[in-house]
Design a protein around this ligand. Structure first.
Ligand code: ZN
Length: 176
């Protein structure tokens, strides 16, 4: 998800003792993975009779997250249009706009660690996050991040979307 280049010595291990190896940050990502699990377990396509869901695997979700990260200056609508014009991992193209939106909200809720509107809206899970914050279709990911985290420095906003400093962000969010 973050294009980590691990050192190799930690292959198959839960942690890495090499400080420069991104795998050494795994413990710090505990909160992140707990949230990822809860959100993805509760994902349901827009309609149970709908044959071509926007997400049919974790791989589809990770590809959508990467599409958002790879296009920080593209507005949401552009990302949706280009991403969902291609087949997902079950070989089908999802043309249901509501389901595409649901998948985008899920991906954004994972990336930004806030409630961007998901199937869990009514659950206690998001109590501490407050009401959902909508990522509007004509807003870029970078602009949305600045809206949501107005007090974050440009550097930490870049780290949300950008590279490997996610653990620093998580630390700052956990402290706030
Ligand atoms: Zn390592």
């Amino acid at each position: 998800m973050w294009n980590w280049k691990i050192c190799g010595a930690c292959n198959g291990h839960m942690m890495c003792s090499q400080r420069k190896c991104p795998w050494s940050r795994m413990a710090l990502l505990h909160t992140f993975w707990r949230r990822y699990r809860t959100l993805t377990i509760n994902y349901a396509p827009e309609s149970t009779t709908f044959l071509f869901p926007a997400l049919s695997s974790h791989d589809d979700l990770l590809r959508l997250i990467q599409a958002i990260r790879n296009g920080p200056d593209l507005d949401r609508e552009h990302i949706v249009d280009s991403h969902f014009s291609a087949p997902n991992s079950n070989g089908k193209v999802c043309a249901n706009a509501a389901d595409q939106d649901r998948a985008m909200n899920l991906a954004a809720s994972i990336i930004f660690m806030i409630n961007c509107g998901t199937s869990l809206d009514s659950a206690d899970f998001f109590e501490q996050d407050g009401p959902p914050i909508s990522w509007r279709s004509n807003v870029t990911a970078t602009a949305f991040a600045s809206e949501v985290f107005p007090h974050e420095s440009p550097g930490s906003l870049a780290s949300i979307l950008g590279d490997t400093k996610l653990s620093d962000l998580l630390r700052s969010l956990a402290a706030s």
